[in-house]
Design a protein around this ligand. Structure first.
Ligand code: BDR
Ligand code: CA
Length: 322
């Protein structure tokens, strides 16, 4: 993909093994303006440290790293260490980072970039706290955002709870702000991301590239996949976050359907659930009596994934690293 075709984007992340995969992919297929960090898989200090280690390891130190929010807007803080380990990136070790973090806040960086860049795209792959806060600071932000590809939510089951996906569950109120913002949203949820697993065969293909980067990535995915096997019985770690990047550059990887997505904020058993109206009742559609039904879709929800095509892209991109 030539650089003039690449979406100009910011990845908002909480690394996390699959966040690292998204960064490696995004650095090649997006015109990546920066990484903003947020609490999530582990605390903000650690996710920021992990982002720094990632850009150093992958020789991507020109990409600015900007620290964001350390806590959810309303709810109590939760982390995902059972999947990613205490550091958020357990498994093969990386050198302590030396690359600096920018002085400004992620929310200020996001707003400044939205003025500087025409058609800015956002790729949130952690809790939505930074984006929601930026929207609260400047309600005109949606006018300057082309679209957002969100890894979050689910059309079917959750993972943090039976009904809620982890990123949304970490900060449901923030997710509500984002889904109500009017920004065009691609929702890449668990219903598709859990179908793309780093199986032993896929890890073998990655290792087979034979580079320093691919060897480290295969080692990372070995750790992550073992956690997935124990926690959810899957044959490999789910490639959640890189799919949100892939959605922006290859229309054949994911198929989307327009739906209204509401974030549940009150349910005892459903707090943080993405309630997707899959009835295909578009704005203006009516029931048999002519009564309008269903709310206007606010998101394109991923309903189908071509895992082989994703792996083709991912393996090609990994092969470009040393
Ligand atoms: C999401 O939760 C995190 O653990 C992953 O990095 C991904 O963003 C999947 O539910
Ligand atoms: Ca993540």
């Amino acid at each position: 993909m030539s650089s003039h075709q690449k979406p100009t984007a910011i990845i908002d992340c909480d690394p996390g093994h699959d966040d690292v995969m998204a960064i490696l992919l995004g650095a090649r297929v997006l015109d990546l303006r920066g990484l903003t960090t947020v609490f999530g898989n582990v605390d903000l200090e650690q996710t920021t440290r992990n982002a720094r280690q990632t850009v150093e390891f992958a020789e991507l130190t020109a990409i600015p790293i900007v620290k964001g929010m350390a806590q959810p807007l309303v709810r109590d803080i939760r982390h995902g260490a059972h999947v990613h380990g205490e550091s958020g990136l357990d498994g093969p070790t990386l050198a302590p980072p030396t690359v600096p973090v920018r002085e400004d806040l992620a929310t200020d960086f996001l707003l400044a970039q939205s003025h500087e860049v025409e058609n800015l795209t956002l790729v949130p792959i952690g809790p939505l706290t930074n984006i929601a806060t930026a929207l609260r600071l400047d309600p005109s932000l949606p006018e300057r955002i082309k679209e957002m590809s969100v890894m979050g939510g689910s059309l079917t089951a959750g993972n943090a709870t039976p009904t809620a996906e982890f990123n949304i569950w970490c900060d449901p109120e923030a997710a509500h702000v984002v889904f109500s913002s009017g920004i065009p949203i691609k929702m890449v949820g668990l219903n598709v991301t859990r179908q793309v697993a780093a199986t032993p065969e896929r890890r073998g293909q990655i290792r087979g590239i034979g580079s320093r980067t691919s060897t480290h990535v295969a080692d990372m995915l070995d750790f992550y996949s073992e956690r997935y096997r124990v926690v959810s019985g899957m044959p490999g770690g789910a490639m959640h976050d890189p799919l949100a990047v892939a959605a922006l550059v290859d229309p054949d990887i994911l198929r989307f359907e327009p739906m209204h997505v509401a974030v549940e904020l009150r349910g005892t058993h459903t707090y943080g659930m993405t309630v997707c109206d899959a009835r295909h009742l578009r704005a203006g559609s009516t029931d048999a009596l002519g009564t309008p039904r269903g709310e206007t879709p606010n998101a394109e929800v991923a309903v189908e994934v071509n895992a082989d095509r994703f792996w083709e892209l991912f393996l090609d991109v990994l092969a470009t690293y040393q």
